[in-house]
Design a protein around this ligand. Structure first.
Ligand code: ADP
Ligand code: MG
Length: 643
């Protein structure tokens, strides 16, 4: 553009702009328009084609260059405005020759850089320009882009809204207080917290509030407020009687606005939080008490194992002083050598399988004293990587418990030995009487042939005695070593002590042994189990009843493990629901003084140790009654002798 010395535009530029504004020199006008803080456009000629746009107008409409608009009519240049009502506004201004002012009008312009439509907001003036003769010269459009302002205002509104919701949710109100004029301003949420009416005057509100503050707390609250004028800060908690919600606990906290007598603050309803905190505290105290009473200790270990964090109680369980440092090496050292491998395996297994760790082991003092400790725990894993990070749990001294349990097991063994003695005398009496008779006859007789016959008979009778005694001895032999046994052999020696008596009582015993698989077990313990089951069947049967003893090789139905199933069934009295339910409880018996109620309880302990699966079926009905105990034992299992 050529600028003439007097500052007016040359003819060419002037005609290109196609506008004439009186009193202003053309170049200055153009500069003014170009730098104006608003989007400016001229539409000129009868068709209202765009003859000028400044940079801001190009940007505000989302265009990349002025050429996209110059020479086009409004409709051609900004087709996206169809349907927004903007064209109609322009038409109306042209028709009436009256200017149109729009306030914060939303206009969706296509953004050519991104290809997306963006809502922009404008204050704009649409000014028809008429020449001296009253003929329309064009339209001048002046628009101020308010988009940023509107958007930030909207954002503010949204965040204020959110704040309000948050305040509501947190039951938090805000207040302002001018100490000089003594006028409080309460947020609507605070009115809700106080149960006051926002339409009341300040005095009424203050009086209502003061009347509801717990009388015992009021002086303290007033003191804190008075003091805050000096100190510039206050924080206080007080009880407040809300007209609908009842007694609440409010927490008020405020601060002076720097350099003024103005305080601002928040009030929080902490009733629930307080109650929850108190409950947690109470629970923790109760728990600590229970832990103390039960002698429970806590341990925490970060993984992989190195330093272990134990409380005094765990250290006590490990014969260590309270100030001892512990690591995993020391842990295993104090555990009884026979229990170490099992413990190590249980820990590894629990970490690997995400399972519970629940184990009993012995700890040994420097002087060789022992305690039985039960440890239970769990692994914590990283939420993302699933890597095990912590292994925590509790220990409990179960020595006394174990001793009681062992005493019970022993007493049940004694009861069994009592029955054994009864069986033995029963079984041995008859053959011994025969032998005595035979010896007498031999003594009286001189016939060699007859004497030989008698002594053969006596030998036979004595063999019977020997057989019984051997079985009985075997039965009573206690061994701490596990071994591989044929279950039918164990079953037979358990049955031997009852067979004669059952026969005498008219009870038929059917034996059906077909197991070949040897089972890794503690033989004398399984004998105790079988003897009790057979004894129970014997007790439940009357003359004419039957007892079945059966063994079969069988795979575990789910895991396919090799094993043997032992079945002991009778068609005796059967059990009612209540008995069936309480069967394994220690001391539960329906036999009065004749029973101990420990047999099945002990049996279950023993079977658990053998990783056996035990099933009971029993019933009483018109068609018949009876009971079946069925035990599946794995051929190979990891056995630990306890106690
Ligand atoms: P005890 O034999 O000393 O009573 P147990 O623990 O061996 O103790 O048995 C508990 C109870 O279970 C018995 O008193 C009896 O009521 C019931 N019971 C066990 N086995 C049988 C069975 N085969 N038939 C009927 N009842 C049985
Ligand atoms: Mg019994």
């Amino acid at each position: 553009m050529e600028i003439t010395p007097d500052g007016s535009l040359d003819q060419q530029t002037s005609s290109r702009l196609g506008i004439q504004i009186p009193h202003l020199k053309q170049p200055r006008l153009e500069e003014l328009l170009a730098n104006a803080p608003a989007a400016i456009a001229f539409l000129s000629g009868p068709e209202l084609r765009c003859s000028y746009v400044n940079d801001l107008a190009v940007r505000a409409t989302g265009r990349i260059s002025a050429d996209q608009l110059l020479g086009s009519t409004f409709r051609e240049g900004l087709p996206e405005l169809e349907g927004t009502g903007i064209f109609e506004i322009l038409d109306e201004a042209v028709r009436t020759r009256e200017p149109f002012r729009g306030r914060e009008v939303k206009i969706p312009f296509i953004q050519f850089e991104t290809g997306e439509t963006q809502d922009r907001y404008f204050d704009f003036v649409c000014q028809p320009m008429v020449d001296a003769a009253g003929i329309l010269d064009g339209v001048f459009i002046h628009a101020v882009d308010l988009t940023d302002r509107v958007e930030s205002r909207r954002a503010l509104e949204v965040s204020q809204d959110r704040l309000r919701v948050a305040h509501e949710a947190a039951q938090m109100g805000t207040w302002e207080w001018d100490a000089v004029s003594n006028t409080p301003v309460l947020s609507s949420e605070l009115h809700r917290l106080f149960g006051t009416d926002p339409n009341d005057d300040a005095k009424t509100i203050t009086e209502t509030w003061a009347a509801r503050v717990h009388p015992a707390d009021l002086p303290r609250v007033r003191g804190a407020i008075a003091e805050s004028v000096e100190s510039g800060a206050m924080e206080i908690e007080y009880r407040y009687l809300h007209p609908e919600r009842g007694q609440r606990i409010l927490h008020s906290k405020g601060r002076r606005v720097a350099g003024s007598a103005h305080l601002v603050g928040v009030v929080l309803d902490v009733t629930e939080a307080k109650t929850a905190v108190n409950q947690v505290k109470e629970q923790r105290e109760r728990f600590a008490f229970a832990a103390e009473a039960a002698g429970i200790g806590y341990w925490f270990c970060d993984l992989p194992f190195d330093k272990l964090s134990w409380d005094d109680r765990v250290k006590e369980h490990f014969w260590l002083p309270a100030d001892a440092d512990v690591d995993i090496k020391l842990f295993y050292e104090i555990i009884h050598p026979d229990d170490r491998e099992n413990t190590r395996r249980a820990i590894e297994e629990s970490i690997r399988s995400h399972g519970r760790y629940d184990l009993e082991y012995r700890t040994v003092s420097a002087e060789g004293k022992q305690k039985w400790i039960r440890a239970t725990g769990r692994t914590a894993y990283d939420a993302v990587t699933d890597v095990p990070i912590r292994f925590d749990g509790v220990t409990q001294d179960v020595t006394a418990l174990k001793q009681t349990r062992e005493a019970l097991i022993r007493s049940e063994k004694l009861a069994l030995v009592g029955r054994l003695a009864a069986s033995i005398s029963h079984e041995i009496n008859n053959p011994l009487a025969s032998v005595l008779n035979l010896l007498y006859l031999i003594h009286q007789n001189s016939n060699e042939e007859t004497i030989r016959e008698f002594s053969a008979s006596a030998q036979q009778e004595l063999a019977r005695v020997s057989h019984i005694v051997t079985h009985t001895l075997r039965f009573n032999r206690q061994s701490n070593k596990s071994s591989r046994e044929k279950l039918s052999d164990l079953l037979e020696s358990s049955a031997a002590i009852y067979l004669a008596r059952m026969k005498d009582a008219g009870i038929e015993v059917r034996l059906d042994y077909r197991d070949e698989q040897l089972v890794h077990c503690f033989g004398s313990e399984l004998r105790q189990v079988f003897a009790n089951l057979i004894g129970n069947s014997f007790d439940a049967c009357k003359s004419g009843s039957k007892v079945l003893l059966r063994t079969r090789d069988q795979l575990h139905p789910k895991t396919g493990e090799r094993g043997v199933r032992v079945t002991i069934a009778d068609n005796g009295t059967g059990m009612d629901k209540r008995t069936l339910h309480r069967l394994f409880e220690p001391f539960f018996t329906t036999k009065g003084d004749k029973g101990t109620g420990l047999g099945l309880w002990v049996s279950r302990e023993i079977l658990r140790k053998h990783h056996a699966v035990l099933r009971v079926r029993s019933g009483r009905s018109a068609e018949g009654s009876g009971t079946t105990f069925s035990i599946w034992l794995p051929a190979e299992s990891n056995l630990v002798q306890e106690g």
